[in-house]
Ligand binder design. Structure first.
Ligand code: GLV
Ligand code: MN
Ligand code: MN
Length: 406
């Protein structure tokens, strides 16, 4: 009979094998691999005796009634989608450790006084549509028309993806009214190096940094690569290159500002045609909202200038913008007590990465636990958290779950 930890580790491996690509790990919103991953999570929830459901957007929920089934539930969870060429811990660890903590309580014969709902969100990374948090957003409110109209690389809108690709297109949504749940707790790898340097297995998160995502499209004129003199060209790709370098130099001049261009598409994309258009993503983050917004304006002004100089048109399309989100002080201090009880540390940290808690604050207080990851590496196949640290983090969850009042 495998131990709790062995089960958790083998589940991480199992989910890590489920991919839309044979060469690397990638699971995007409502993709075939996502359906397989969701089905596995449902099966694991069922083993625990949970009542399961799946929303049209793919988010999975398992409900474990407590001693008092009408008490306000605690929500635990994370996301099961991934970036492209991902590691197996980002997201998956939060779902699998939530189930492990509940199993630990069952093994000890402890029935919590309140219900626990484990949530596995269908989209946090925004890999398919560049819009993050589709799963947790749908849990708090219906997606608005503007979001539903966002398209993926093949031109499919989010609304069409839900109608066509969802395993449960007609299921009732999973939704919470503000105040319905007592809180949301997410366990996640740190994705940074602070815990390693502090030689601590885990810490509690104080806030989640704001972020802005957008796409920029530069349009010039396609022309012949052999016959068009350099001075007469309106090359969208060289314009994009100038913009991307301007973004890098803006970010380098204002730490902790970070700006990333992670994806670019050009048209027509042939070695002997001058690029007509270039569309690229921008991900811009700063812990202070006012500085983030001022940096975004400075970037827009710089792109506008570069486009004008090169005879290009600029289309600047904001995709998402959210402010820094503080975690709830009361739930967070409960979690610090549990952290201290297990590790003797009270270390807290702000999160530079985005998390579903941003959306969950619309309906309930949130708290987050970070687990050390090797070299702080994330969004990379070598992402790694040790079994000892995972075990410690499960112990912290178990302590926390038992510490909450009825
Ligand atoms: C999620 O991983 C994000 O911060 O982009
Ligand atoms: Mn994540
Ligand atoms: Mn991530």
């Amino acid at each position: 009979m495998p131990t709790l930890l062995e089960t958790a580790l083998s589940r991480l491996d199992e989910l890590g094998q489920i991919s839309d690509s044979p060469s690397h790990l990638v699971r995007t919103f409502l993709s075939p691999a996502s359906h397989q991953a969701a089905a596995k999570i449902v099966a694991w929830m069922t083993v625990l005796g949970m009542e399961t459901s799946q929303a049209p957007d793919g988010t999975v929920r398992g409900v474990l009634p407590g001693e008092n089934p009408s008490a306000s539930p605690l929500l635990l969870g994370s996301h099961y989608d991934t970036v492209i060429d991902a590691g197996k811990y980002d997201g998956a660890l939060g779902i699998i450790t939530a189930l492990a903590a509940l199993e630990a309580l069952q093994q000890k014969g402890v029935r919590l006084p309140y219900p626990v709902h484990v949530l596995a969100f269908s989209d946090e990374e925004g890999t398919r549509f560049q819009t993050t948090y589709l799963g947790s957003h749908s849990l708090t409110a219906p997606l608005d028309a503007q979001t539903l109209a966002v398209t993926d690389a093949s031109g499919t809108t989010i609304a069409q993806a839900i109608a066509r690709d969802s395993p449960a297109p007609h299921a009732p949504p999973i939704r919470y009214a503000p105040g319905e749940a007592r809180g949301y707790l997410e366990l996640h790898i740190e994705q940074g190096r602070v815990l390693e340097e502090a030689r601590q297995p885990a810490c509690v998160v104080t806030s989640i940094a704001g972020q802005s995502r957008l796409t920029a499209t530069l349009t010039g004129r396609a022309d012949h690569a052999g016959t068009t003199p350099m001075a007469l060209r309106r090359d969208a790709l060289t314009g994009a290159a100038a913009c991307i370098l301007a973004a890098e130099s803006l970010a380098r001049s204002g730490p902790p500002l970070v700006i990333t261009v992670g994806k670019i598409q050009i048209h027509p994309g042939a070695s002997n045609s001058i690029p007509q258009s270039a569309t690229f993503t921008i991900d811009l983050r700063h812990p202070i909202d006012a500085t983030r917004l001022a940096s975004l304006e400075a970037l827009h002004a710089s792109f506008t200038h570069i486009a004008a100089e090169r005879g290009l048109e600029l289309l600047w399309q904001p995709v998402q913008d959210h402010n820094a989100t503080p975690c709830d002080p009361a739930l967070t201090s409960n979690l610090v007590v549990s952290l201290a009880a297990i590790t003797e540390s009270t270390l807290t940290l702000p999160s530079g990465a985005g998390h579903d808690g941003v959306m969950m604050t619309k309906i309930c207080p949130i708290a987050m636990l970070f687990v050390r990851c090797r070299d702080g590496l994330s969004h990379h196949p070598d992402e790694f958290a040790s079994s000892a640290d995972i075990e410690t983090s499960i112990d912290i969850l178990v302590h926390f779950l038992q510490s909450l009042p009825a």
